[in-house]
Write a protein of this length. Structure first.
Length: 629
């Protein structure tokens, strides 16, 4: 039976764990694990694994054993402020860790439900300061480990030290190894997510605001006559080293209009160098340097090749491009998504997901346009003969050959045409994401013709010359396809959205002012130690913050530009809610809100001119449309 004190504590702090225990408490298997009294009179657990009997804690002195365990890792652990313990056992090592590192927070994870049940039935949780336990996870089915870890990484921004119960590492070897790999993978993914947000959070929104002028002036690629791409073949040309094998085949396809040739990324440079004009180029990279990818188009004033641009693409990419423009709204464009809300672009599935590579974005676009067959060319997702790009692609900042350092980071993956190919983590990540999308794209055949490229699950490998002979038997390209527009946006409804956004923009400073007043009031109360007034001010602050969250300008423009800061702020505020020290709680609230409000004011100042220009352009466009009608 679970100890009464533990029932009370878990009901207050970890009710979901208690609910889990109650569901299984009557099962006789819970009591099947022998609990043995050690020489020191403390309980330990004896388990059977691979025909051997093992004690999870010393049968002589569990506390002294725990001291020895922690001694081994003390120098590593002391640089962390969060300790993730895998394998709670009967908690002796957890208590030692808490004593040794009094300022650290803890996440406790028990992979064996039966052991945890016996723990709370035989030892009091009050032996450890449970208020420092941020998460308590008890695994009852293997698949829950991923759920628990996802919750952990998304709710804690502190770097965590993973402490593995030494006996678990031996007794549950395979399970522990699997968990360690999953832990590393999910922490890495989340760290990468934060890094991407840090790099692009402001750029995405600035680009989207700058580019919306072009979005208004150009047709959506989804406004094309459906017959342009529906059930048609498309050759998607990437910039990998294998592209140089296919110039003659691509020239034949172009001359006979056997399939649309769409160039992605830097591939256009190789095509132009070999006298091949693609039927379109696609782009979405938010970096300012993205304009350099189309340098030849700018220099040669090429005006016959259409560009399909993502609405959050680097804003310097569009002004110098002379060819026809069509746009696609991307998932990072909160500005376009709001202003075009009445156009039903979400309901019509016309928003493209942001992805690590333009290849994945373009593939999703082709699927949504109803293409029947996509033929991948130059999609290496790796390197051949230490080449970075295909022949014909040169950048001053990027040597054609991989450096010695870059070569040291390569590893082997299976090649599409047999054998193995060298790749990097970045390329491999892009390949995995493409494979994930391909699983969802029913009804669209994808052929990978990339010789010496990585194998892409969900595609069939076939040489391009064979594809031409067997799959591309007749002309498929519609001349001047980019002019076959059958629908346009309703600018008047966009103007109404813009008016509402302007109204909320005007209201936001007063909301921020009210929040600032509350922060100052709390600061004064802290100074005079008036704790009794804290809750009253918290109530007002909470009301003003809810109003700020409902403000459209904050939600559409400000919050996306501070997404990392806001995400971390939310985590900290959630944690503070449980603090009982009112003065300490108030001090943290003042500090957190002070930093957040500073960031918001900084964003408002940085976008003021750009937003004013955008708003004026929408108003002007609406007037022009009314005059024309």
């Amino acid at each position: 039976m679970i100890m009464v004190d533990n029932l009370i504590l878990m009901k207050r702090r970890f009710p979901e764990v208690l609910s889990l225990l109650n569901q299984f408490e009557d099962r006789s298997s819970l009591d099947a694990i022998p609990v043995i009294e050690s020489k020191k009179g403390l309980p330990t657990v004896q388990i059977q694994a691979e025909g051997k009997s093992n004690f999870l804690h010393s049968k002589y002195d569990p506390y002294q054993e725990a001291v020895q365990w922690v001694d081994k890792f003390e120098n590593e652990i002391k640089t962390y402020n969060h300790i993730f313990v895998y394998g709670i056992g009967f908690g002796y090592h957890v208590e030692e860790l808490m004593n040794r590192f009094p300022d650290a927070e803890f996440t406790l994870y028990e992979p064996d439900f039966h052991i945890f049940y016996n723990y709370v039935s035989n030892r009091n949780l009050k032996h450890m300061p449970m208020k420092r336990v941020k998460h308590l996870f008890v695994e009852y089915i293997p698949m829950m480990s991923e759920v628990y870890l996802k919750h952990f990484v998304e709710s804690s921004h502190a770097q965590a030290y993973l402490f593995i119960h030494p006996v678990y590492e031996r007794v549950y070897l395979d399970k522990t190894r699997t968990f360690i790999e999953l832990f590393k993978k999910m922490v890495h993914q989340y760290t990468k997510h934060l890094a991407i947000n840090t790099r692009y959070e402001r750029l995405w929104t600035i680009n989207s605001m700058s580019n919306f002028v072009k979005v208004l002036d150009t047709p959506s690629v989804f406004h094309l006559d459906r017959s342009v791409f529906e059930k048609k073949p498309v050759v998607m040309v990437a910039a990998g080293p294998s592209l140089q094998d296919e110039f003659e085949n691509l020239r034949f396809i172009k001359e006979h209009k056997l399939a649309y040739i769409i160039s992605i990324g830097s591939a256009n440079r190789a095509l132009l160098a070999n006298g091949i004009l693609p039927d379109a180029v696609t782009t979405y990279d938010p970096n300012a340097s993205n304009a350099g990818v189309f340098q030849e188009f700018f220099e040669k004033q090429i005006d016959t090749v259409p560009m399909i641009f993502g609405s959050s693409v680097g804003y310097r990419t569009l002004p110098g491009f002379k060819g026809p423009l069509l746009h696609m709204v991307t998932s990072q464009d909160t500005v376009g998504a709001y202003l075009l809300k009445d156009q039903k672009i979400t309901e019509k599935n016309e928003i493209l997901s942001d992805a690590p590579t333009i290849a994945v974005v373009t593939l999703e676009l082709l699927y949504k346009l109803g293409c029947g067959r996509v033929i991948l060319v130059g999609q290496n997702f790796g390197y051949r003969d230490n080449q970075y790009y295909s022949q014909g692609i040169n950048y001053e900042h990027r040597p054609t050959q991989l450096s010695d350092k870059e070569q040291q980071e390569l590893f082997d993956v299976e090649a599409a045409d047999g054998g193995f190919v060298k790749t990097t983590e970045t390329h491999n990540s892009g390949r995995f994401q493409m494979e994930g999308y391909l699983e969802k794209f029913e009804g669209m055949e994808v052929i990978n013709t990339t010789r010496g490229g990585a194998k892409i699950r969900g595609t069939d490998f076939e040489c391009l010359e064979d594809v031409i002979k067997t799959r591309l038997s007749e002309a498929a390209v519609v001349s001047n396809w980019h002019n076959r527009i059958v629908h346009y946006y309703n600018v008047d409804s966009i103007k109404q959205r813009a008016d509402e956004l302007q109204k909320n923009y005007n209201e936001l400073p007063e909301l921020l002012n009210e929040i600032t007043k509350c922060i100052k009031k709390l600061n004064t109360l802290i100074h005079y130690q008036e704790a009794k007034q804290f809750e009253k001010v918290y109530g007002k602050l909470d009301a003003h913050v809810k109003n700020m969250h409902r403000n459209i300008f904050f939600d559409v423009i400000v919050k996306p530009m501070i997404r990392n800061e806001f995400e971390l702020f939310q985590k900290d505020i959630t944690q503070i809610r449980f603090e009982t020290d009112l003065s300490g709680k108030a001090s943290k609230v003042v500090s957190l809100f002070g930093s957040l409000i500073y960031e918001i004011y900084h964003v408002l100042e940085s976008v003021a001119d750009l937003y004013a220009h955008l708003n004026q352009y929408i108003v002007h466009s609406s007037r022009v449309e009314l005059q024309e009608n």
